[in-house]
Design a protein around this ligand. Sequence first.
Ligand code: SF4
Length: 382
Amino acid sequence: MDQFGIYIHIPYCLQRCIYCDFTTFEFNKIMPPEQYVEYLKKEIQTRSRFVPFKSLTSIYFGGGTPSLIDADHIVSILQELNNAGFETNENTEVTIEINPATVSKDNLQTYLQAGINRFSVGAQSFDNELLKACGRRHNADDTVNTLELLKDYNYSFDLLFALPNQSLQQLQRDLDLVNKYKPPHLSAYCLTVPEGHPMSYHRPEEEAQVEMFHLIENELKKSGLLKYEISNFARPGYESKHNMLYWTYNNFWGLGLSAHSFFNVPDYGTRFWNPKKFDDYTDQINSDLLISQLPSSQKEHLKTHEALTDFIHTHLRTTRGMNIVQLKNMFPDQNDQVIGRLKKLKKDDLICSDSNNFKLTSKGFLLSNFVFEYMAFFEDCI
Ligand code: SF4
């Protein structure tokens, strides 16, 4: 059965971190949240009638820092989704991203009462020097207080590594503290910045980064967190349902500034997205522009080679891998070519398979960029 999630982009942050490439702004430098939330609600009212799914696998408030805006705004967005006929049930995962030091006991109660049942904490590190170097305003004490607040709830911890001047010992200290708090889920992000960026200097070499990744994987096993995707670890049963939609060719509707959407209909599916600039976004919402009326620069119907590439890349990111029968059913004419390439990668120990799925090996996970490049399909080769 088709699964469906809604992503809501809240573009406010305490600071603009110098490594971040999301569409976010410092809190006081853009329109006030109450005004932005009205646009989100109008977007729901105008466009929801044409969304072909109603039953929700997940809702995800991301950004930005959604916990920075008044919790009542978050509640009112959930209410609007409900008014528009979107249905949640006891299995619907409802996540909000929070920054340490932006959540109080009162906020937490408001979130819980509104049905939010998962929190994603942008902690990054317990090392105050490294946090400062990233331009983060929170410190390790703020993170500890937030984790104490969340200890009885389902939450995810964001860990950033391979930072300038970061040693293996510093990462080990972060992981010792992670293992003390035992989050049910952790996302480990290797810092990625372009050459010449202020944070691109004095970073651990590639070999050291690989060592760091092995350390993370091994240390997290001590808390029962197992890798289920290239950068994500969870206790069994705590994998992110929302992110799994992205990795299994399922449907999501993105609301708000710059948000991306994908519906796997018609044919191989449609991607569409909102503008990154406030004025463009608000103009489109003010003029009641429907999804079907978005300009061609904001939508694309997937061609076979694009859908095939997406299907392979997203599924191979997960440790569960890519189902062979599903691949054959969706792309019967391309099956031989795909299997041929996968067999070549299998010979190089980058891919393995059982009777149902093709998966990356440990070596394949480390060299995933190479695998994805090799498993990219172009119009002229199909
Ligand atoms: S807090 Fe997160 S979303 Fe905001 S600027 Fe920093 S990294 Fe980006």
